[in-house]
Every structure is written in C-alpha cells, then in structure tokens.
Design a protein around this ligand. Structure first.
Ligand SMILES: [Mn+2]
Length: 453
C-alpha cells in the first residue's frame, strides 16, 4: 500500500474523502476554520489550491482528522471499527522494516541554503484567535541521538520566530527532549530536520510511542509494507524522507530559550499540560530548506476535540493502556473518550471475575506513564463507545462512597496549571457481586415478534 503524501491525497480523492478548495483563503484563520468544519462533519480532508499571497503553493489539511481518515491512512477499510484500528496498532509497534538509503529524491528539487532561507515564504497557518503567531504543527521531527546515533521521529509544535528561526516544544521524557538536553550539556546544538508532507506511515509512526532507542522510521516501513526511502540532509547529519514535500534543516541554539505559546491546545482551550513548559523552550536556527518544485504544505489543526491532533495519538495511547491492564483482568474494550480530549478519560469494559479487579485496573492506569486522569470501569454488557450507556452504568451501578476512588497527588504528572503532581480518580461502575441478574438491562421478552413497526 506504499503511498507518499501526494499519492495519499489522490487515494483520498478516489475514495471521496478529499475536497479541493479553489476559493481564495488566508493563512490567518481560514485554513483552520475549514479544517474545524471537516473535523466536526466527519471529513473530507481538504486541499486548498488558492492561498492568498502564496502563488504556486497548495495547503493540505485535516488529512488524519477523523476515524475514517485514520483507517484509510492505515490501509484499512474506510468504516473500520475502533477495535479493528486498535488491533492494527497492537501489531505495528511489534514489527519493523529498515529504511532504504537513496541518493536522489523529489524533496531535493529545490534547495535553499543559509542566508537565502526564509520561512515567511511558506504558507504557514495561524489557527486560533490567541495564538502568538504561525506554527508548524504537522512536521515530523527527525534527529540522531547524540550518543547512539539512532534516529528518532516525533511530532512537536514549532513557533515561527523569524525568517530563519523557530521555537520547538520538546522536553524530557519525550525522546527528542532528552536528546536536545544531552547535546546542550555538552555545549552543542542538536541537528534537527522537520519533514512536512511526509509519507502517512511516517506521520502515524511518529505518534506511536515506541520505546527509547527505537527508530520509528522502521515502524513506518512496517505500516506501509515497504522501506521508507531516506536521503541525507544538505547541511546537517540527519537522514530525511526523500519523498516528503518539504524538509527544513536546522540546529538547536544551545542555552537560548523563548516562549512557545499561547496556542490553541488539544485540551480545546489555551491551557494545556504543556502550558508551563511552553514558557521556556529551545530555539532552532534553520540552515536549509529543500522541497519539491510544486510543494504541498501540510497543515494540522488542534483545539477542541476531535481534531487530527487527537486521532493521531488516540489508538497508540489506548494500545499502551491495554498492555498495562490486560494481565489484571479479562479486558473486552477500551475507549479514550472524545469529551476527555482522547487523553484524560478512559472507559474500560471487563468481564469481571473478581470484585477487586476494577480497583486494580484503576490504580495501575492512573499511575502509568501517560496515564489518564479518570478511569471508569464497566461490565462488558455496556457499549463503552456510547456515552449514554456509560452514563447509565454510572447512574445505576455506582455507590459513590465506596465506588469512587480519589488519589490526591500523583507525582510525575503535569496538572492543568503546569505544575507537577495532580489528583486523579477512578469509578467502579461494575455491578456488585452476586446480584448480576437484577442489574442487567431490561428489554421486554418477545421483541423479535414486533414485526409491525
Ligand atoms: Mn522515540
């Protein structure tokens, strides 16, 4: 199913999931507004062909904005279920195909170096009203670990500071943040490239949360079934996808810090768990831009859930959370809910065998890395993808004094004010032991005889 970014746009168009926009749009808010609308209306993805002040450029946006678009990017049927998508995530991070090194590729059609670099010539959108300026939001960041030389790929927001400078929000325990810190302690700037309009498999793999020391490019190869073609950068020692639309090469400026906010966050407001960290972030000096001669810029909206900032991470988080609890109970399904920003609230359905299982699940998840803030455990007769059924389970199966667990300060987790340590909670909404029959959903017998409605 190998597809580079523009092949993928063609594939989406054939599937009725790409809309070409010929109306003139402004990079300030118009692209964001269109992307908001398709994110709320189940697609299609957008290709803006007429961007004010940027002749010759096109901007693709919302490429992964919905469950259907994620399914298509993974090579699954358009109506693949949540469980089907999750099953694929279980497989992907267990497989790898090494990249193939090439000497030429379309991303080198235009090469701009050093003093000729000008980020203002790229159609970089401004998304939300209080955003401090334009941001790169869909760039796949590539960098070599200063000690091991193993490349890491991950997505981080970058604020545009000037013609040749950006900020980047990357901090430990994020792998790129660790790598930047190691270099800085040695007085060096880490070389980092960002690929815009990379293969869908690269974008998906960069969000998969692989362990430290894994080159996610190999996971990307496994997702698309063929090696990613990688090529050397012009000015730094980093390998980049040769079929991307745009590569921006640069180096961290050691010991310099700048603000990287506010920006509309995945929380749906301007207050995120990154808020405090965004006050002092690293600066990158751009050393080169290489691109196709008719480049397509990729925009990515964040803000109120659900956007592609949520869909790209939701299933990899869910897969990780499943692995934390699958030995503790007979887990039937998990849902990182949309209202919980696809991050904070996890609903788990189990086939309960022991009355202690819900509390064990809650404790294990709340204290796990990237753990949710609230875990709700229900029996497997509840459809956890239906908020009505989850609320019904809470209404009819919870005795608050004994079934709600509050953990006042979970360390190592960043709270809404950006401080370390936050309270978390869990709800056991499973039926009490020995009373199962009376708690079941009532449906009149002989429903099958109602053939007259
Ligand atoms: Mn990594």
């Amino acid at each position: 199913m190998y597809r580079d970014f523009r092949n993928h746009l063609e594939f989406l168009e054939k599937n009725g999931k790409l809309l070409r926009v010929t109306k003139e749009v402004n990079t300030r808010f118009d692209i964001a507004a269109g992307t908001r609308k398709i994110s709320d209306n189940d697609g299609p993805a957008l290709l803006f062909e007429n961007v004010k002040d940027f002749p010759g450029w096109r901007v693709a946006s919302g490429i992964y904005a919905t469950q259907k678009l994620i399914a298509l990017a993974l090579g699954l049927p358009i109506n693949a279920s949540e469980q089907n998508i999750l099953n694929h995530y279980f497989e992907y991070d267990q497989k790898s195909i090494k990249p193939k090194i090439v000497n030429s590729g379309p991303v080198k059609e235009i090469i701009i170096k050093r003093k000729d670099v000008d980020l203002n010539k790229l159609p970089i959108p401004i998304y939300s009203k209080l955003d401090v300026g334009p941001y790169l939001t869909a760039g796949v960041e590539l960098a070599k670990h200063p000690r091991t030389g193993i490349q890491n790929i991950s997505i981080h927001r970058r604020r545009i500071l000037s013609r040749n400078r950006t900020a980047i929000l990357a901090f430990p325990p994020q792998h790129l943040g660790i790598m930047i810190d190691i270099s800085e302690k040695e007085g060096k700037g880490l070389p980092i490239a960002t690929a815009i309009g990379a293969e869908p498999s690269m974008t998906l793999a960069s969000c998969i949360g692989a362990p430290e020391g894994v080159d996610e490019t190999e996971i990307a190869g496994a997702i698309q079934g063929t090696p990613i073609e990688m090529i050397k950068c012009e000015t730094i020692n980093v390998m980049v996808p040769a079929n991307a639309e745009i590569i921006i090469e640069g180096m961290i400026v050691p010991n310099e810090r700048v603000r990287c906010g506010p920006i509309g966050e995945f929380t749906g407001n301007y207050i995120s768990l990154f808020g405090a960290l965004a006050k002092e972030v690293h600066v990158i000096e751009i050393t080169a831009i290489t691109m196709r001669k008719d480049p397509i810029f990729q925009a990515l909206l964040t803000g109120m859930p659900v956007t592609e900032n949520h869909t790209l991470k939701k299933w990899s988080y869910t897969a990780a959370e499943y692995r934390v609890i699958n030995r503790l109970a007979d887990v039937k399904a998990l849902n990182l809910t949309s209202g919980g920003c696809c991050f904070y609230h996890l609903v788990v359905a189990i086939n309960k065998r022991d009355d202690e299982e819900p509390k064990k699940i809650i404790e294990s998840l709340l204290f796990a890395r990237h753990g949710p803030n609230l875990v709700i455990v229900v029996d497997d007769d509840i459809n956890i993808f239906d908020p009505f059924e989850v609320e019904w389970a809470i209404a009819t199966r919870v005795s608050p004094a004994k079934d709600i667990f509050i953990f006042p300060g979970v360390t190592g987790v960043i709270n809404q004010e950006g401080k370390i340590g936050r309270s978390k909670w869990g709800i056991d909404a499973t039926v009490p032991p020995n009373e199962k029959e009376f708690y079941k959903k009532i449906r009149p017998p002989r429903m099958e005889n109602v053939d007259y409605i």
